[in-house]
Design a protein around this ligand. Structure first.
Ligand code: SAH
Length: 233
C-alpha cells in the first residue's frame, strides 16, 4: 500500500464521520481506532483482481456473495464498541478477517465466527500472514455465539440480523456493548448499540441506516450443524 492511498482512506473516513456527526454523536472517532485503521493493510484482505478498490471508502466483494465492509463503517463500529486494551471481544461474521484485524490492534483477544468455512480458512490465512496471533476464528453459526469464552467485553455483528440473538445478550458482560445492524436483508437496517445494564435490562440506541449482507439462520438440526461447522478451526 502506498502512504498516499492510506492517507486518502483515513481522510475519507474522517470526512464521512463529520458528515454524519449528528447521527453518531461525535465529529471524530477515537485516536485508538484511527491508529488501528492506519496499521492494517486492507489490500491484504481483498482479492488481487480488486486491489485498486482496497483503499476506497466502499465495500468490496470477497467471494461467496459476501463483502468486506466500507472502511467508514468498520471504523465507526470499532469506535462504538468502546474497547480497552485488556478486552476480550467476539465478532460474528469474520468475512475477510479485516474487521478482526482492526479489533486485534485494539484488544487483548478476538474470537470470530464465520458460517462459510472457506471464508473462515481464508481469513485465518490473511491474519497469520500479517502476524495477528490474538485472533481465533471458527466456522459455525454466530447466532449461537461462542459460549466457551464468554462473557465478552464487547460483541460486534457484521451481518444484518432480523432480531438480536439471545445467545449474544447472554454472552455479554454486564456493562458491555453489542454493536449490531438490525433489520431485514436488503431493506432498511439500523446500526444499533445495545448495552447490558447491571439490572440485566438491555438498553438500545439507534445510530444510523446501514446496508449489510444478512446474518443467515442455520438450521439447528442436520448434518452440517454440530458435526463439522461448530468445530474450532
Ligand atoms: N467483518 C467482515 C465482513 C462481513 S460480511 C470483514 O471484515 O470482512 C458478513 C459475513 O457474515 C459474511 O462473511 C457471512 O458469511 C457471515 N455470516 C452470515 N451469517 C452468519 C452466521 N449466522 N454466523 C456467522 N457468520 C455469518
Amino acid at each position: 500500500m502506498t502512504m498516499r492511498e492510506m492517507q486518502q482512506m483515513l481522510s475519507d473516513i474522517e470526512w464521512e464521520v463529520k458528515l454524519t456527526r449528528n447521527m453518531i454523536g461525535k465529529a471524530a472517532l477515537s485516536d485508538r481506532v484511527m491508529a488501528a485503521i492506519r496499521h492494517v493493510p486492507r489490500h491484504k484482505f481483498i482479492p488481487d483482481a480488486l486491489r485498486e478498490y482496497a483503499y476506497q471508502n466502499g465495500p468490496v466483494p470477497i467471494g461467496f456473495g459476501q463483502t468486506i465492509s466500507q472502511p467508514y463503517i468498520v471504523a465507526l463500529m470499532s469506535d462504538l464498541l468502546n474497547t480497552k486494551p485488556s478486552d476480550v471481544v467476539l465478532e460474528i461474521g469474520t468475512g475477510s478477517g479485516y474487521q478482526a484485524a482492526i479489533l486485534s490492534e485494539l484488544v487483548r483477544q478476538v474470537y470470530s465466527i464465520e458460517v462459510i468455512e472457506d471464508l473462515a480458512t481464508m481469513a485465518r490465512a490473511h491474519l497469520r500472514e500479517l502476524g495477528y496471533s490474538n485472533v481465533e476464528i471458527r466456522a459455525g453459526d454466530g447466532n449461537l455465539g461462542w459460549p466457551e469464552h464468554a462473557p465478552y467485553d464487547g460483541i460486534i455483528v457484521t451481518a444484518a440480523a432480523p432480531h438480536i440473538p439471545q445467545a449474544l445478550i447472554d454472552q455479554l458482560r454486564t456493562g458491555a456493548r453489542l454493536v449490531i445492524p438490525l433489520g431485514q436483508p436488503y431493506s432498511a437496517q439500523e446500526l444499533m448499540v445495545v448495552e447490558k445494564k447491571p439490572d440485566g435490562e438491555i438498553e438500545t440506541r439507534e445510530i444510523l441506516d446501514v446496508a449489510f449482507v444478512p446474518l443467515v439462520e442455520v438450521p439447528r438440526s442436520g448434518a452440517s450443524h454440530k458435526s463439522d461447522r461448530q468445530n474450532p478451526m
